[in-house]
Design a protein. Structure first.
Length: 154
């Protein structure tokens, strides 16, 4: 499935302590320890995009790079919706808070290319159980022909 060329992905990151990032827009914001969920998309080269996110050493390009390269954060899960169109990214972002009882720490994180969303980064003190992701994604966003499975990287 990861070999697919395009799709939507959700990164689950764990911060073992409070942290800050050096993005002008977010100066002065302390991100609390806990779990972060970032919703992104790749309309080509999905596998390469996800592999890049899993590397600590990289040239910082997107907001999410400030988290994936941060020493206090690690990606714990990656959920992939293969072949999903870009508009699904906004639908998931717009429903994430309500469905998962998540919080928004900052508005405007990672959503500059997706109009109509407040953010693509969400926070929870505890992780979202994988079965809840399965229900949310398979009942709502996964095409029936897709064999959706969360992909876990180590």
């Amino acid at each position: 499935m990861i070999g697919q060329n395009k799709g939507i992905y959700i990164l689950e990151l764990f911060a073992d302590k409070d942290f800050t990032i050096s993005v002008k827009k977010f100066i002065g914001v302390t991100f609390p320890k806990g779990f972060y969920y970032y919703i992104g998309s790749a309309q080509k080269n999905l596998k390469s995009r996800i592999e890049r996110h899993h590397k600590k050493e990289k040239i910082i390009h997107w907001h999410i790079d400030h988290l994936t390269s941060h020493k206090s954060l690690n990606i714990t899960n990656t959920f992939i919706i293969p072949e999903a169109e870009k508009n699904i990214e906004a639908e998931i972002a717009n429903n994430f808070v309500l469905y998962f009882d998540a919080q928004i720490v900052v508005n405007g994180f990672g959503n500059s290319d997706t109009k109509g969303t407040k953010t693509h980064l969400f926070y929870k003190i505890d992780p979202i159980h994988i079965s809840k992701f399965d229900i949310f994604l398979t009942q709502t966003y996964i095409p029936k022909k897709t064999n959706y499975k969360p992909i876990k990287f180590k």
